[in-house]
Structure formats: C-alpha cells, structure tokens
Design a binder for this molecule. Structure first.
Ligand SMILES: Cc1ncc(C[n+]2csc(CCOP(=O)(O)OP(=O)(O)O)c2C)c(N)n1
Ligand SMILES: [Mg+2]
Length: 296
C-alpha cells in the first residue's frame, strides 16, 4: 500500500457510490447502525480520503501527514468502511465484529484499537479542540500539514466548539480545516428547530457565525463533487499565522438513498431488511448516475 489517490471528480463520484453501496450492505448485515449521517458525509469523506489527505495506510505515524478527526464520531462506520475499501481491514471482520466487546471496531472510532484513527471520538463537541492541540503542536514545529475535522450541524450546538473556534482564530491556526456536514438534522430535530444560526440561519448563517469569530468560511452544495473538489483545492496556503478555514457542506441526512433523505430525522439510526436493502441499492445507483451526469 502507498498513498491512495483519485484525481478525477468523475472517479470520486463513482467511489462515493461504491462506499454508499457498502454502507447499505453493511447496515443490512450489522443491524441498527447510524446511517443517515454517514450517507450525507460520504462525498466529502471520499474527496478527503482518496485525494486531499494524501492518506498513506503504510505511513500513519509520519509527523508531516495531514490528519483527519471525525468529530461526529457516531459516524464511525463511514471511516471503517473506507479503511476496508482501502484494504487496511477485512470487510468481513468489520461486519462480524462491529460494536462487539473485545473487538477493534466500536460504533465510534477508537484510536487505540483501529489504525488510521487519529483521535477517539463519539462524545460530540471535542474534535475541534483536538484539532487546535494538534495544529498548535504542528505550528510550533513549523510543520505545515493540515488538520481536517468533520463535524455535524447538530454538534455545532455544543459550546465547546465555540471555544475552539475562538482559540483557532486567535492563534492564527490556518492549518485547521473544519468541515460541517450540514445535513439539516440531528438525532431528534430538523436543524433550526432547536437553535438557529444568526439572522440568516441555516448553512449561510452558520458560516457567518464562523466569520464573526475570524474564520474563512465557504458554503457549498455537499452533494456536488465539483463544489467539494473546488473548495478543497482552493484552500489558502498554510502560513501558520492566518485564518482557520471552514467549509459548510449543505447536504441531506440519508443522501443517496431516497427513502432515507425523504425522512431524514427517522434515519439517524436504522436497519434494513432484504426488501429495503434492494431498494436502497437501486436508489444509490440511480443517485450516483444522476450525479455522474452533472460532473463538469
Ligand atoms: C456530548 C454528546 N451528547 C449527545 C450525544 C448523542 N448524540 C449522538 S449523535 C447525536 C446527534 C448529532 O447530530 P449531528 O451533529 O447533526 O450529526 P449527524 O446529523 O451528522 O448524524 C446526538 C445528540 C453524543 N454522542 N455526545
Ligand atoms: Mg446533522
């Protein structure tokens, strides 16, 4: 194994389709899984892991590596599925032992048992603070790699995030890239029903809140791989004294499986019987074909 790299947007869309199929197949075999969030974050996670992280499964301790933290750790199945797809773990091992005591894969990522996981997560609101620590240590050693952190829109209601957001901007940590998977739903609410972001609310309102704290912020359509690719490829160069960056990726929970994205809150966690698995795979293929047709 060495750095796994997919350059073309078309192939990234195809890879996202493959990962979604694996998520559906895995959910059928495992039982109840957090599934809505992994599906909405699939495209951005694929762009990061197969292109922008320059992820090297054989060189996981390189001090100059880019790092990724899944702050919304309940979406661990997404990372584990990507690691299996990359050949780091056997797919059957994941499906047979997921969330079973005494085995590496919990429902949430554990850095002591799963290689490739930088930080254990699952208690929401901590990934960005971890990023600040790593980014500060890198800055002090003049290491210009990036720390990417994937957060949920519901998770942004955790106050601890806003301490980290304030800290990162105060310390010029432009080596941090936060990505918020704004899938318009948390576990029990449609986003915006509970708290809302500034005057505009929604993804644009959240981006304004980051800007007010001193960050560069961009809102993208997180279903459009061209926009994801453009946002990640146009990040400003790391100077270790500039503004941190956030990409607010507007998605729908369950993205790619229509019967899920039609009822996003209902599909925070779910299982699939044979009939629903067949429908899910059909809808993923239709969705992927539609996305491929849009690739520029
Ligand atoms: C500190 C903390 N509080 C509550 C939970 C329980 N919990 C797990 S997922 C979730 C909702 C998260 O919503 P969001 O961040 O929007 O994630 P996504 O929609 O991507 O699944 C909650 C409240 C938790 N894991 N950690
Ligand atoms: Mg959400």
């Amino acid at each position: 194994m060495s750095v796994i790299k997919i350059d073309s947007v078309k192939e990234l869309v195809e890879k996202a389709g493959e990962i979604r199929r694996k998520l559906a197949l895995g959910t059928r075999r495992i039982g109840n899984v957090h599934i809505g969030g992994p599906l909405s974050a699939t495209d951005v996670a694929v762009a990061l892991y197969y292109k922008y992280l320059e992820f090297d499964p054989d060189n996981l301790e390189d001090p100059h590596r880019n790092q990724f933290i899944l702050s919304k750790g309940h979406n661990g199945i997404l990372l584990f599925t990507i690691f299996c797809d990359m050949g780091m773990y056997e797919w059957d091992l994941l499906l047979d032992t997921y969330n079973t005591i005494g085995h590496p894969f919990g429902a949430h990522p554990n850095h002591t048992t799963v290689k490739g996981i930088e930080v254990s997560t699952g208690s929401l609101g901590h990934g960005l603070s971890w990023s600040c620590g790593i980014a500060t240590a890198n800055r002090d050693r003049d290491i210009k790699s990036r720390v990417f952190t994937l957060l949920g829109d519901g998770e942004m209601e955790e106050g601890s995030n806003w301490e980290a957001i304030l800290y990162a901007a105060s310390k010029g940590l432009d080596n941090i890239v936060a990505v918020v998977d704004y899938n318009h739903a948390s576990a029990a609410f449609k986003a915006g029903e509970n708290m809302h972001w500034g005057e505009k609310g929604g993804p644009e309102g959240l981006a304004d809140c980051f800007r007010a704290f001193g960050w560069n912020a961009k809102v993208i359509d997180g279903a459009n791989m061209n926009e994801i690719d453009e946002a990640l490829s146009s990040l400003p160069e790391v100077t270790l004294q500039g503004k941190p960056n956030v990409i607010v990726s507007s998605t729908i929970k369950g993205q790619g499986i229509k019967f899920m994205s039609d009822r996003p809150v209902a599909w925070h966690i779910g299982g699939l019987d044979d009939e629903h698995l067949e429908l899910a795979l059909k809808q993923i293929d239709e969705y992927t074909a539609q996305r491929l047709a849009e690739v520029k």
